[in-house]
Design a protein around this ligand. Structure first.
Ligand code: UDP
Length: 363
């Protein structure tokens, strides 16, 4: 059995690493399962791509498509065109896509249109209901043509049933991003900036913002960052900025002695910081899952989330995107009233094994 594993962007690498490892385990046990890791090239910056291959021990991809595009359509087209050429050289028995990035959707469509290659989607069924998010469109389109749905939560299962997916095609397996988190936790690495900025456990804040709705208008970013600075009340703010966010920072004038805007960190360094942070302020999806598992308080600066468990069960508060919501949340934190949170079902570090076991029995 040949499986194509598709990965193109930072969160994809984190989600695919344990699946590769689980396949390698199966191979050692003599199972007839082969894989081709297809890197679409969507993220090409070393800090968002090869650094993750190194730290997470991901093997060299079978191919890097080096697909580029300035716009969503250009990128989608480039990925589809190049992946189709790979499929023409050898047809896999299954294409497996993860998450919700452009590569996920583009490769799903390409495989499905190539004579109906069976398609599996890991992290299927989550929905924000917000069609202004490119990721929501990627989720909807991918799930519309997926054959095997691997889900992280019961909410995702219900969403899929609601759109008519037969129950026997839905596999509630948990979260591969958390597999990586739990596996790598003993290797988390203190970054050099710890000493440089004089950090101490629970005495600093970690911030990441990269959603177009928060960073594409530089004034919006400025007002959010100013509110975080005010709420931080002098605590150091470590802000590893996505390239998209860095561009917006170049256009605004916002500075404070305790604000440290830095390049994206490696996975091991970033999560070292998150694990000991007083609070994380973010608009990321994956980070809210990680803070939930590490039980670190988290403010989610979004109007909605496709991961409701991070605030219904976990440690997040869904604050919206108005800067005025930030200070009251800090006040709650300082009063010691932040909820403790629980870990969602099956986020236990064994998800990838479950996925590969299921696949093995399906083919
Ligand atoms: N991350 C990282 N370094 C950073 C910022 C984030 O390693 O400087 C990791 C983080 O731990 C999480 C993933 O990147 O696993 C989240 O990616 P991102 O926020 O880009 O994507 P989203 O989850 O919002 O799709």
């Amino acid at each position: 059995m040949l499986v194509d594993l598709i990965a193109g962007a930072r969160p994809n690498f984190i989600k695919i690493a344990p699946i590769i490892e689980a396949i390698q385990e199966e191979q050692k046990n003599g199972t007839d399962i082969e894989y081709r890791l297809i890197h679409t090239g969507q993220h090409y910056d070393k800090l968002l791509s090869s650094a993750f291959f190194e730290q997470l021990g991901i093997p060299e991809p079978y191919v890097n498509l080096h697909a580029k595009g300035e716009t969503q359509a250009e990128l989608t087209a480039a990925i589809m065109h190049r992946y189709e050429q790979v499929l023409q050289t050898r047809r896999p028995d299954l294409a497996l896509v993860v998450g919700d990035v452009t590569s996920t959707m583009a490769c799903a469509i390409t495989a499905k249109k190539m004579n109906n290659i069976p398609l599996a989607h890991v992290e299927a069924g989550i929905r924000s209901g917000d069609l202004t998010m490119p990721e929501e469109i990627n989720r909807i389109v991918t799930d519309a043509i997926t054959d095997f749905f691997f889900t992280t939560t019961n909410t995702a299962n219900e969403n899929l049933i609601h759109i008519g997916v037969p129950e026997q095609r839905i596999f509630f397996v948990g979260n591969t991003m958390i597999d990586t988190l739990l596996k790598q936790m003993p290797r988390f690495k203190k970054p050099a900036l710890w000493e440089q900025y004089n950090l101490a456990p629970q005495q600093y804040i970690v911030t990441t913002l990269h959603r177009p709705s928060n960073v594409d208008d530089p004034q919006k970013l400025k007002s959010l960052v100013e509110a975080i600075i005010q709420g931080a009340n002098g605590l150091p703010i470590i802000f590893p900025a996505h390239p998209r966010t860095m561009k917006a920072f170049d256009k605004i004038n916002v500075s404070a002695e305790n604000l440290h805007v830095i390049e994206p960190l490696g996975y091991l360094e970033f999560n070292y910081l998150v694990k000991q942070a007083k609070i994380v302020v973010t608009d990321s999806g994956g980070i809210t899952e990680e803070t939930t598992v590490m039980k670190v308080p988290c403010m989610t600066l979004r109007d909605n989330t496709e991961r409701p468990e991070t605030y219904t069960i976990g440690t997040s508060m869904l604050l919206g995107t108005s800067p005025s919501a930030i200070q009251p949340a800090f006040d709650k934190l300082y009063r010691g009233e932040w909820k403790k949170g629980e870990v969602p079902e099956l986020w236990d570090g064994h998800t990838a094994k479950r996925i590969v076991h299921i696949l093995k029995n399906l083919f």
